[in-house]
Ligand binder design. Structure first.
Ligand SMILES: Cc1cc2nc3c(=O)[nH]c(=O)nc-3n(C[C@H](O)[C@H](O)[C@H](O)COP(=O)(O)OP(=O)(O)OC[C@H]3O[C@@H](n4cnc5c(N)ncnc54)[C@H](O)[C@@H]3O)c2cc1C
Length: 277
């Protein structure tokens, strides 16, 4: 981990059936500093010891900087260690945080169109990014397209905040794609299927567009492959896959047989013998 600091969990809120929001506060009273879109590594301690997971802060309320808080959105993974820990913890738990890390940030030179493509909690880094882009959207300096994939309407996270941005800016386009929801009484921005299926309809142009992709590794790979075919370079498609820790396999302790022990002792004696020096 790079620069580390301690945090304490102050608030927990349910966002959907499978997602919780957590507010951690720095213990040293300092402000949290990161570029919108970056992530931190959190080290937690459960009964089995310390373990680390990456999370992208989704701070966007009153400005991203100048706050002692790190707000996380975490989705539940069956059998996941962090999921077990975080979905059963109480306010007051401590963690050690390192960072910030990552390249999923607003490009220094704004493109004509910036596509933000997310699935599920992959929306987390895009909330502070949207906040940071507000002045540029107000000044109509760029177009922003948000393609957001969720299983159901219940999993359309931050729907009020995102709908508010949609209502506020003409240069903002929203498409929500549900993979497991029927589209009865749907809004104009609601679609069936996956975000990948929406990309082509915008006729992406490598000369003027930049993509930030975040979330499900399959979605990230599929979108990237599609964009590569359209002439985009890796630099124009910034990717962050929410790859998950493999279950740690318990290390098997090797038990030596009596014969193996005898051979090792024999070798050790041979090489430590003064006759060999
Ligand atoms: C840069 C980065 C930023 C991230 N930001 C966030 C964030 O903001 N919010 C968030 O919720 N997560 C985020 N993640 C993922 C997060 O770090 C954890 O991996 C996630 O919370 C699952 O941890 P876990 O300990 O519960 O499951 P693990 O113990 O890591 O996994 C348990 C088992 O389930 C499998 N598995 C885990 N997740 C999935 C899944 N979604 N689908 C299918 N199989 C799975 C694993 O392969 C493993 O076998 C981020 C990951 C990265 C790399």
């Amino acid at each position: 981990m790079g620069k580390q600091f301690g945090v304490t969990l102050r608030k927990i809120r349910r966002l959907s059936q499978s997602t919780l929001w957590f507010r951690f506060e720095r213990n040293d009273g300092e402000l949290v500093s990161f570029e919108p879109g970056q992530f931190f590594r959190f080290e937690f301690s459960d009964k089995a010891g310390d373990f680390e997971r990456a999370y992208s802060p989704c701070n966007f309320g009153q400005g991203v900087a100048d706050t002692p808080y790190l707000d996380l959105v975490v989705s539940y993974v069956d059998g996941g260690r962090a999921s077990q820990y975080l979905f059963h913890c109480d306010e007051g738990i401590a963690a050690t945080v390192g960072g910030p890390f990552g390249r999923l940030v607003v490009p220094k030179k704004l493109p004509a169109r910036l596509f933000l493509v997310a699935t599920s909690v992959g929306i987390a880094p895009f909330m502070p990014i949207l906040r940071a882009l507000t002045p540029a959207m107000q000044a109509r300096e760029l177009e922003v397209v948000l393609l957001f994939g969720a299983r159901t309407r219940d999993e359309f996270l931050f729907r009020q905040e995102i709908a508010a941005i949609d209502g506020q800016f003409d240069c903002f386009t929203l498409r929500i794609c549900y993979s497991r929801e029927s589209l009865v009484d749907s809004k104009a921005f609601e679609f069936s299927g996956h975000v990948t299926g929406q990309v082509v309809s915008f006729s992406p142009d490598p000369d003027s567009d930049t993509f930030l992709l975040c979330g499900n590794p399959q979605m990230v790979d599929d979108c990237f492959a599609l964009l590569r075919n359209m002439g985009f370079s890796a630099r124009q498609v910034v990717r962050e896959k929410y790859v998950f820790a493999r279950k740690a396999r318990p290390q098997k302790r090797k038990v030596l047989t009596a014969e193996q022990k005898r051979l090792i002792a024999e070798k050790a004696n041979k090489y430590s013998s003064p006759d060999n020096s």
